[in-house]
Ligand binder design. Structure first.
Ligand SMILES: Cc1cc2nc3c(=O)[nH]c(=O)nc-3n(C[C@H](O)[C@H](O)[C@H](O)COP(=O)(O)OP(=O)(O)OC[C@H]3O[C@@H](n4cnc5c(N)ncnc54)[C@H](O)[C@@H]3O)c2cc1C
Length: 474
């Protein structure tokens, strides 16, 4: 039996891995040249607690279950996960009731450890927050992670367990016979399959249409961010939320797992066809800044290194599209609005179990859940780094100075599948630091060319249309 998963974002990646726990073949299709370059690449990276979600919804159930699975999944896959907790800040007396409501909702959902904290105590714990704070909801189960690293690691582990990854291959058709799935067609080939899972992110409505499955439609909802690096530890102790609006969780202040700080996201609904509109706007960034300063007035804005935007695939009916459909063998893991990252491990486990039951697949005794992580020099004690250099001198040559990434790590990333400069960046963090690739991009490009035995102008930033080298200067 063969299952095709369409889309190698965090949802499709974790699903492919969970499917490998059962007998049968798993094919993972991704139209981009690498894993995790869709919605998974640009979001707040928060592992939510669940108290923002409405009880009785799939988002609430899978958010709470997913949050609980994060330590296990990230532990097995050697992906960063830090349970740093979050505060929802009430900045006026009129906002206290909202905190009570969130706590009641969270407790109904089984969110652990929720606690209302008085204003004085919040100011003591968080010296940088707006002194107008009157109270806060403390949620210790909130965490932060690295979503693209999770997707990459899950795919690596799935492939180590027998899955096949087809990057740069777009699914263009789904073959049905007698009301059930029989195959998929791509821009390269046709494959016989017994089941298909739609995990296509912002294009999940189009993929559903290929199978003739009706869905309510998706609205791209843009979220704009500013990224700061080298911020003081006092600003990085917890995620800070405002009281949510009916439209979104609001603009946040979010520590990143590699020592940065995110301000955002905004929430602007775009036209359905604007699925690539990840440009930032003057208004959006001003809103992100104002919202973040409302929580922390004295943010060190000299530390801003980047502005970027992500698009949420907002389903028109407001809920994830999950599980079986009216076409036998066609399943959905789609409409993955926030908290889709948090929910992904739980959805993957639940859906893989359902597909295995439908197809009669037995558990695979040989499944190996652990993925050995490549060394990350910036996190090693000096003696371990020395030992690494003694084994391979490439680990002594620094490529990215801001994040201290070595040639050895870049080469390891290339051998693990990176074909582009962004592929190296998302695997190693080279280019993510203060200079944003200003000093390392050319060296990464040269290493990619050397390892592929290619000319530098054959190497791109992220695939066709993103050339970095256009010719000789002299
Ligand atoms: C601004 C913002 C903030 C967010 N913050 C959080 C947060 O803090 N916590 C949280 O839990 N969630 C958050 N989310 C939501 C979370 O990021 C998403 O739910 C999650 O990343 C969705 O992953 P995915 O795998 O479904 O989609 P994607 O990552 O988009 O993956 C889908 C993949 O399918 C591929 N694809 C599409 N069509 C085809 C085809 N025909 N053939 C082959 N491949 C195809 C695409 O190229 C893409 O790579 C946020 C989202 C945004 C945008």
């Amino acid at each position: 039996m063969r299952t095709a998963v369409i889309g190698a974002g965090v949802v499709g990646a974790l699903l492919a891995r969970e499917l490998c726990r059962y007998e049968g073949e798993v094919l993972l299709f991704e139209r981009e040249l690498d894993v995790g370059w869709g919605v998974t690449k640009a979001n707040s990276a928060i592992v939510h607690a669940g108290f923002h979600e409405r009880p009785g919804t799939a988002s609430a159930r899978f958010c709470v279950e997913g949050n609980a699975l994060f330590p296990e999944v990230c532990g097995e896959l050697a992906v960063p996960f830090q349970r740093i907790g979050a505060y929802v800040l009430a900045l006026a007396d009129g906002e206290r009731a909202a905190l009570e409501g969130l706590r009641a909702r969270g407790e109904e959902l089984g969110v652990p450890g929720l606690e209302l904290v008085a204003g004085d105590e919040v100011r003591r714990r968080l010296p940088d927050v707006n002194p107008a704070v009157v109270a806060a909801l403390w949620a210790p189960s909130v965490g932060i992670t690295e979503p693209w690293a999770l997707a990459l690691a899950a795919v690596e582990n799935a492939c180590a367990n027998g899955a096949s990854l087809h990057v740069g291959e777009e699914v263009t058709g789904i073959c049905l016979r007698a009301g059930r799935v029989r195959g998929v067609r791509t821009d390269r080939a046709a494959y016989d399959v017994d089941a298909v899972v739609n995990a296509a992110g912002l294009d999940a409505d189009r993929v559903a249409a290929l199978a003739g499955v009706p869905v309510p439609g998706l609205v791209p909802r843009r979220g704009e961010y500013l990224l700061l690096v080298d911020v003081p530890p006092s600003l990085r102790s917890a995620v800070l939320f405002p009281v949510p609006t009916p439209h979104s969780k609001g603009v946040l202040v979010v520590p990143t797992v590699d020592g940065g700080l995110l301000l955002g996201p905004t929430a602007a609904d775009l036209a359905p066809e604007e699925r690539d509109a990840t440009e930032t706007t003057t208004d959006g960034l001003a809103q992100a800044l104002a919202g973040a300063r409302r929580l922390v007035p004295g943010l060190p804005l000299g530390k801003v290194v980047k502005a970027f935007a992500g698009l949420r695939p907002e389903p028109r009916d407001g809920e994830f599209w999950l599980g079986e459909t009216n076409v036998r063998g066609f399943y959905q893991a789609a409409g993955m609005r926030s908290p889709g990252l948090t929910a992904a491990p739980a959805i993957a486990r639940w859906l893989a179990g359902g597909i295995a039951a439908d197809l009669g697949l037995a558990p695979r005794a040989s499944f190996r859940p652990l993925r050995p992580a490549p060394p990350r020099v910036a996190e090693l004690p000096p003696e371990e780094w020395d030992a690494l250099i003694a084994r391979d001198p490439c680990y002594g040559r620094i490529v990215c100075r801001c994040n201290r990434v070595t040639e050895g790590e870049v080469v390891a990333a290339i051998r693990r599948g990176a074909r582009t400069v962004d592929g190296v960046k998302f695997r190693t963090r080279a280019g993510f630091g203060r200079c944003q690739g200003g000093t390392c991009t050319d060296r990464i490009l040269a290493l990619l060319a050397r390892e592929a035995n290619a000319a530098p102008d054959e190497i791109s930033l992220r695939g066709p249309g993103s050339a970095l080298v256009v010719g000789r200067v002299r």
